[in-house]
Structures are given as C-alpha cells and as structure tokens.
Design a binder for this molecule. Structure first.
Ligand SMILES: Cc1ncc(COP(=O)(O)O)c(C=O)c1O
Length: 384
C-alpha cells in the first residue's frame, strides 16, 4: 500500500500509545492512577448541558452549520474578548473551530507554502511540529529553557530562519512547563514577528487556568495592528474536551484563509455544541474562580509530596501541569515506565514534547487532590 512518506517523519501520537498500555493494565486488574493527559476530570456545568439539549429544539439544528461558526457563538467570543481583555473584535476576525487542535493544524496551510519554515517552541505541544511536517512544512524548533523561565529567546533564532519562516507558534500559559508570558514578553514577540513578517499564533488553551488572584492575558492586548492570531478552547476551563469546540481570533486575512482551508476539509461543528459553548463563555467569573481554586489546591498538594520525594519541578501557578526533572540516573522513558510498572502511576515522558524534554516528565493535575496525593506518595524518595 502506498502511504504518505511524510508520515514516517512523525511518531504515533503518544497518548494513543499510552491508552493501549493503560487498557492492558486495567484488563490485568491492576490499579492505575493516571496523571498523564490534560483531560479534566471535573463535571460539565449543568447549564452547558442544558444548552446542548435545548439546541435540539431549534429549527435547522441538524443542518450544516456556517463554515466559520454560528454568529451567536462568534458574538459571544467577541464579548468575552471585550469584557476580559478590553480587545475589540469584528465578526470576520473570529472563526469557530472543531477544537483548537484542528485550527492549530489548519492554520499551517492557511499561511504556509510547502517547504516554508514554521517556528515552534521546544519542549512544546507536539502538534505544532507534527502538523507542520504533515502539511509539508519544516518545523524550526526554538529551545525554551528554564534559565529563561521557559520563554522564547528570539536571539536564538537565526536570521535565515526568520527569512524562511512564515509562521510561529507560542503557547502561554505553556504546556508542558506551566510557564506564563508577561505583557512585556508578549509585546516583544509581537514586535519580533511583525518586523520579520511572520504570522504569530498564540495558543491560549490554558489562558484561564492561572492563579486565582491573577487575570488572564491575550496576545491581542499587545498587538495593536492585529498582526497575530490567538487560539482558544472550551476544552480545559469548561471540561469540554469531548465536545470539540474552540475558536481562532485576530488577523482578518489569516482568519479568512483558515476558514477557506476549513471549508475544503470540514463542515463546522454541530450547532447544539456551538450553543452549549455560548452558555459556557457566558458563565459568571465565579465559575472560573472555582475551577482555579480546585487546580490551585491540587498543585499545592502535589508540590508538597514532590518535595518530600526529592523530585525537582518548575514552580508556577499556571496551567494544570507540573514539569518535573527526572530523578538522577534515569532517562525519562525509564522513569515513566518504572513508575507505571511498580506503582501504577501514569505520567507523560518529557520526550513527548521534543528532545529538550528528555530529562523531564509532566504531571497533569486532572484527578482529585486525594488521588494525586495517593499516587505521588507511592513513589520512593529519590537521590539527586
Ligand atoms: C497547548 C495545547 N493546545 C491545544 C490543545 C488542544 O485542545 P483542544 O483541541 O481540545 O481545543 C491542547 C490539548 O491538550 C494543548 O495542550
């Protein structure tokens, strides 16, 4: 059978492999505590579910939706940006996505030609690189390092790369490290991309998963010429990963090109799901505050046990991840396999986020604090 050669340059999506291992252990009757994937365990707000169900009562709910999303949801995204960030958006500056992963992939052919470079941070969400390769582009990885608080250092990007690159992804608050971008950093990256004529995409999947005392930031607050695009998702804050609903906002031309790609590949998200997303985005700030408090408690518990086990980690209050250093003497794969085998604890090897993650592993705080405590407490104390 003839298969696309480019598929050889990317691995099987790691979480697909992990699912197989977990399933096998479950079948063997062995216990598992899963702190690997960023799929929240929390319940969906009842009003969101009601909106989904009520969506079935509307005439045309079963029809193809508009390719760029229903205006009702686009207007809700516009309101969210106005109220939360003071950013004004027009309807044509918003596109509704079938989850943000879809938009992150489809923005690549919207902006790039075959063989163009795409600047991607490493360690980072693996889709930036794998989707670039699938679309025939060349990912150029820029290291993000703890010594720079996991912020992209532009001085590390060679001039030739800036000339060849058409697109750059950043992701703050950051998966897997939990680093957050300051306003000053966002202003710098916007300036860098504008000067280099590179389309900047901020993946803001975790923008609302921050310390209970903080306010979220949008790249568009620091981009008065609206040169950039930001991706948002309902998956993380609203526990709606399976709904597959997100949005892209920002530069009109990029949004229009993205919708053009999408209209040739998909036919939008089911209208009742879009209606449910309207209700979610319309929830009171107290909803988000509650979620932030839950993750804050989980983080505090996890950090305490990690310290007892002598496992080092990057201190942050953003995202629901903890980026930990692999104990001395282990590769990340050895460590993650050993703790799965011995203690039934599943975490994500740092190598899933690129070669710069080889000495790390990621914990997702997507179980109750009691389960997180139980899982981490089962580990021995390590030498470092
Ligand atoms: C950094 C980042 N971006 C995007 C996504 C995709 O989210 P979704 O496609 O569910 O909107 C994820 C999911 O884990 C993520 O971690």
């Amino acid at each position: 059978m003839k298969i696309n050669n480019r598929l050889d340059s990317i691995g099987v999506y790691h979480f697909k492999t992990i699912d197989g291992i977990k399933e096998k252990r479950r079948k063997e009757g062995k216990k598992i505590i899963d702190l690997s994937i960023g799929d929240p365990d929390l319940a969906v707000e009842p009003s969101i579910l009601n909106a989904l169900i009520q969506g079935f009562d509307e005439v045309g709910f079963n029809k193809y939706p508009p390719y760029d999303g229903i205006n009702f949801l686009k207007n809700q995204v516009i309101d969210y940006y106005k109220n939360r960030f003071g950013v004004h958006l027009e309807l044509e500056e918003v596109a509704i996505l079938i989850g943000s992963k879809e938009g992150i992939s489809n923005v690549i052919p919207a902006v790039c030609d075959i063989k163009d470079a795409v600047i991607v941070p490493e360690p980072g969400y693996p889709v930036y690189s794998s989707a670039s390769k699938l679309w025939g582009c060349i990912p150029y990885t820029v290291p993000i390092k703890e010594s720079n608080n996991y912020l992209v250092d532009f001085t590390e990007i060679p001039k030739e790369v800036c000339t060849k690159a058409k697109l750059m992804f950043i992701n703050y608050p950051n998966n897997p490290t939990g680093a957050k971008g300051s306003g000053e950093f966002f202003s710098e990256v916007v300036k860098f991309c504008e000067e280099s004529n590179i389309v900047l995409c901020n993946d803001a999947a975790y923008s609302e998963i921050i310390s209970p005392e903080e306010s979220p930031l949008s790249i568009l607050q620091f981009d008065k010429n609206k040169h950039s695009v930001e991706f948002g998702t309902l998956s993380k804050l609203y526990n709606m990963t399976g709904f597959r609903i997100g949005y892209a906002v920002g530069n009109k031309e990029v949004i229009s090109a993205l919708v053009k790609v999408k209209s040739n590949l998909d036919s939008g998200q089911f209208i009742p799901i879009q209606k449910a997303a309207v209700t979610a985005l319309n929830l009171d700030k107290t909803y988000g505050d509650e979620i932030r408090k839950i993750y804050f408690k989980r983080r505090t518990v996890a950090e305490k046990v990690l310290k007892e086990k002598n496992i080092q980690f990057f201190t942050t209050e953003s995202t629901f991840y903890i980026w930990c250093k692999t104990p001395k003497g282990y590769t990340t794969h050895e460590f993650c396999s050993e703790i799965l085998d011995r203690y039934g604890l599943v975490v994500t090897p740092g190598s899933c986020f690129g070669t710069l993650g080889y000495d790390y592993f990621r914990i997702a705080l997507t179980c109750s604090w009691q389960i997180i405590e139980e899982g981490l407490a089962s580990l021995p104390r390590y030498d470092n």
